[in-house]
Design a protein around this ligand. Structure first.
Ligand code: FMN
Length: 152
């Protein structure tokens, strides 16, 4: 029987599968190597791309990662779960993400963006804004949680 978990024993696994083309929905990936979403803390204060960020994604793509998941990106301008994260809250990002996507596609890699609303899990600028959440159960640090139903 196969053992899953933290064992380093990979006997019995056909590792060539890792290098085989695969699909997620209608997206075809060159291999099964996926870069898990990783917040880099390298975007500008407003969440815009920087040369450092482009360089990271270019290196991942050139390293033949089949699918790159970006670090989490905030979808509400004033609700930023963490510092230096990428933003996706208005059209000002279209040009730079087009550039990012083209950069990654040039190496035949694929990229998807992780979108996030931090809610009570947010750690950035806590206390300076209203945080919407499924309920008003407060976590430490938070003082102004509001049920999202309040929006009607
Ligand atoms: C520095 C750092 C940033 C991360 N940022 C994100 C993120 O933006 N979104 C997310 O879903 N997970 C994030 N994670 C979690 C990773 O994607 C991954 O799931 C986690 O590290 C577990 O993988 P591992 O067992 O291979 O370490 C982050 C992890 C680290 C260490």
């Amino acid at each position: 029987m196969r053992q899953y978990g933290c064992s380093n024993d990979l006997r019995g696994f056909d590792l060539s599968t890792l290098f085989a083309e695969t699909r997620i929905g209608n997206m075809t990936l060159n291999n099964r190597f996926i870069r898990s979403a990783t917040w880099e803390n390298m975007a500008t204060e407003e969440g815009h791309m920087t040369d450092k960020l482009y360089a990271i994604y270019e290196e991942l793509a050139k390293g033949e990662v089949g699918l790159i998941v970006t670090g989490y990106a905030n979808i509400v301008e004033e609700e930023k779960p963490n510092a230096g994260m990428m933003g996706m809250y208005n059209d000002s990002f279209i040009g730079e993400y087009k550039k990012l996507t083209e950069l990654v596609h040039r190496s035949d890699s694929k990229i998807v963006m992780q979108l996030a609303y931090g809610g009570t899990k947010t750690t950035h600028n806590v206390g300076e804004r209203v945080i919407y959440a499924p309920s008003e159960v407060c976590e430490k640090r938070h003082t102004n949680i509001r049920e999202s139903d309040d929006q009607g």
